[in-house]
Design a protein around this ligand. Structure first.
Ligand code: PLP
Length: 377
């Protein structure tokens, strides 16, 4: 039977990375979007103690109430929101959170507005739920959706707009002013906003992050996706959050009960330790990623590749023309990995041909030892 979704270019690169590793060939992995850091000692200590005291039985489907309360408090304290415990749902990563929302909210014929470049899963997940992705070129307007572009793409079928802030792969950040306009248009047109804010803690300048959940007048209309993955360097624990309308969140619980049965207890304890020590842990992840960003940019300069230093996020999104005359980003990335052992993600995976994405989440050693050379492809 034909599948509705495709194997992403990300998955193809990853498979090649694994193949090279199994053959003991060198790999400099700039493909994977994760802060590669050891688990923070405060998390490790808390989880070890819990394991001695408690059994890890089936968890509450919506998440432990202590963790839901801590998650709401974190959003309120860090991002000026006003969520209570019933407005916070614990899910198996933001990715599954997005899946749950789309599965619940859209049906065949509905349109989901997705600014380009987009995170790889948005389009396939929309299709998986039989809805139609409406891709909006941001015309290199700092890779952000403008009110004009948003209005131009609204139809009677528009159900959802997806806002990724800070962006993957763009690392662009929306201002309060920009968000207010988008949220107002969404509200006036009865469109739900799903705000994917999983990189909110990785802000490297003085600018504050503004959450879509921090606008009381539009609160009913907004669903915020959050996660421990990037902000707390906990990708493998698979703990994410949805913040939003209490009744809508409650209506997602049957799907959790018929699929994952909730997030594993041990992972929820780890998330609790993370949130209760958010200031310290988020700061340590941010400092490490900022340092890695600077190392990668310096390495690229040696190659005469000029990258503007992103003010947020985990990625450089660079024109392919800085590396090669080849026009096909997937072909280039596969070839570059074969010949140099350097893994990057082609822009085509994010809906933007002619670009490549480099993550600076890798260990310092990968970033600084790499010998970049102008390829001959
Ligand atoms: N949203 C964006 C924009 C991402 O880049 C990612 C992971 O790369 C996710 C969501 C998934 O987050 P999680 O690990 O919590 O599923």
């Amino acid at each position: 039977m034909k599948s509705k979704i495709n194997l992403s270019a990300t998955a193809k690169i990853h498979a090649k990375v694994l193949e090279r590793k199994s053959q003991n060939l060198p790999v400099y992995d700039f493909s994977i979007g994760e802060p590669d850091l050891p688990i923070h000692p405060l998390i490790e200590g808390f989880v070890s103690a819990k394991l001695k005291q408690e059994k890890a039985l089936y968890p509450a489907l919506a998440g432990f109430s202590q963790l839901r309360a801590a998650a709401a408090k974190w959003m309120n304290q860090f991002y000026s929101c006003d969520y209570d415990i019933a407005e916070a749902l614990i899910v198996s990563g933001a990715k599954f959170g997005l899946y749950l929302l789309l599965q619940r909210l859209v049906q065949a014929g509905d349109e989901v507005i997705i600014p380009v470049p987009y995170w790889v899963s948005y389009v396939d997940m929309t299709k998986l739920n039989d809805a139609t992705p409406v891709l909006v070129e941001t015309k290199e307007n700092n890779w952000k959706l403008t009110p004009e572009l948003f209005l131009q793409n609204i139809t009677k079928k528009t159900k959802i707009v997806l806002i990724n802030n800070p962006g993957n792969p763009s690392s662009s950040v929306y201002s309060k002013f920009e968000l207010e306009k988008i949220l107002r248009i969404a509200y006036e047109n009865n469109i739900l906003v799903i705000a994917d804010e999983v990189y909110s803690g990785l802000m490297y300048q003085d600018q504050n992050f503004v959450s879509c959940g921090a606008f009381p007048q539009y609160k009913k209309n907004v669903l915020v996706l959050q996660s421990c993955s990037k902000n707390f360097a906990m990708t493998g624990w698979r703990v994410g959050f949805i913040f939003g309308d209490e009744d809508l969140l409650a209506s997602l619980i049957p799907a959790i009960s018929q699929t994952t049965s909730g997030v594993p207890a041990i992972c929820q304890w780890a998330a609790l330790a993370a949130l209760e020590n958010a200031q310290v842990i988020m700061e340590s992840v941010k400092i490490a990623m900022k340092q890695r960003r600077d190392i990668l940019i310096n390495q690229l300069r040696k190659l005469s590749i000029n990258a503007v230093s992103p003010s947020a996020g985990l990625y450089l999104f660079l024109p392919l023309s800085q590396f090669t005359d080849e026009k096909n980003s997937e072909k280039f990335c596969l070839n570059y990995l074969d010949t140099r052992g350097i893994a990057m993600i082609p822009g085509s995976a994010f809906g933007k041909e002619g670009f490549v994405r480099l993550s600076f989440g890798s260990e310092n050693s990968t970033l600084s030892k790499i010998e970049l050379e102008k390829p001959s492809v």
